[in-house]
Design a binder for this molecule. Structure first.
Ligand SMILES: *Cc1c(COP(=O)(O)O)cnc(C)c1O
Length: 367
């Protein structure tokens, strides 16, 4: 049996294709190539789904982070706390603002930002201006605890929800905290475009106006009022995203079922799963397992021989060990260890039970 890591053919099934072709034809007929009705529809429905006042589409998830740093007034030389495990874009956005990174270590069981490490890092760098927690693998980071640590200090929280569309904190969906929250709709994400797109959530009317202007060259009806950029979302991408929104709830439910089946099948195997408290709350963007560092490459090779899609790439090393980032201070000891242990198994809404069982059978055979 061959089990793919992700399956675009099943994601873009016949019915979806027909509907999207109709929408694209309509866009060609009406010449509305940049912002159009589907941008408005997606923004209002996505805001509703994530329980935020506003959702604004932008060009991609990295732009979304950078724009959030800009409107949080992060400038040259300001310090921004970033978890040592994330996609590189978390750091890239800070560098593009000419700001400085301070690394925060992760929790040893989850890879999520560790509030205890944030507390220590903040004691050392009391001039930190923003922190960018990442809802890694789809699990909600502990935002409440970060808020408690920050107290009445003027430190912006910018949440990276790129992997967490449809995930929940205990109090509501990711993005409902009221902090600026970013999303990516890169083709492999839970909600995915036919190319690049991203979004920002905010409850602030003022920030909404700033984002609307910045993503469109800093324009306003009176002229150019911000240092802007071109980070508009194409109408075709918005049409795709709006159609995908109608499938996200079902898709995430299936991901949850798949996660539960993996948990059930693998519970007696000598490897670590993410804590089961996240079974109900994660968007299960990825399904990492943790194995002994000396077993990892061997297991990867074995899965390859059995035609089972997998990757060691999420994430290959702590961000603090990237050449361009090595000189930044902070903590990352746990992240260094965590990244030597993880291997991601197939996870997508169209995975069948028999495929999951095959993957688990083979892992048991390996052990
Ligand atoms: C995908 C991703 C991004 C970047 O999104 P792009 O749309 O590729 O720019 C940022 N942060 C995290 C955690 C991601 O997974």
């Amino acid at each position: 049996m061959e089990v793919s890591f992700i399956d675009f053919t099943k994601l873009h099934h016949e019915d979806f294709r027909n509907k999207i072709k109709e929408r694209i034809n309509h866009i060609i007929d009406t010449n509305q190539f940049i912002e159009g009705q589907y941008n408005d529809l997606f923004e209002s429905e996505f805001a509703q789904m994530q329980k935020s006042k506003h959702a604004l589409l932008v060009g991609n998830g990295t732009d979304a982070l950078e724009i959030c740093l800009q409107i949080s007034d992060i400038k040259h030389g300001d310090k921004v706390a970033v978890p040592a495990i994330s996609f590189y874009a978390s750091c890239e956005a800070v560098l593009n603002r000419f700001a400085d990174i301070v690394f925060v270590d992760v929790h040893p069981e989850t890879g999520l930002i560790d509030p205890e490490s944030f507390k220590r890092v903040l004691a050392k760098h009391s001039d930190i201006k923003a922190v960018m927690p990442v809802h890694i693998y789809g699990m909600p980071a502990n935002i409440k605890e970060l808020e408690n640590i920050i107290g009445d200090r003027n430190i912006a929280i910018i949440e990276d929800g790129a992997q967490a569309s449809g995930a929940f904190y205990h109090t509501g969906p990711v993005g409902s905290s009221g902090h600026l929250t970013t999303f990516s709709f890169y083709p492999t994400k839970n909600i995915s475009a036919f190319g690049d797109a991203g979004a920002i959530l905010t409850n602030s009317d003022k920030m909404k106006d700033q984002i609307v202007s910045i993503r469109n060259h800093g324009r306003s009806p009176e002229g150019y009022i911000h240092i802007g950029r071109n980070s508009r979302c194409d109408h075709i991408q918005a049409a795709v995203l709006h159609l995908k929104l109608s499938e996200i709830e079902e898709g995430n439910l299936r991901r949850k079922e798949i996660a539960k089946r993996y948990f059930k099948n693998l519970k007696d195997v000598d490897l670590q799963l993410l804590p089961d408290e996240f079974l109900e709350t994660s968007s299960w963007h990825l399904f990492p397992i943790r194995v002994k560092p000396e077993t990892r490459e061997k297991l990867a090779q074995f899965l390859k021989e059995k035609n089972i899609g997998h990757t060691l790439g999420f994430y290959p090393r702590s961000l603090s060990d990237e050449n361009l980032l090595k000189h930044f201070p902070g903590e990352s000891e746990v992240a260094r260890k965590f990244t030597t242990e993880t291997i991601c198994l197939p996870m997508h809404p169209h995975l069948e039970d028999k495929e999951i069982d095959y993957v688990c059978e083979q892992i048991k055979n390996f052990y």
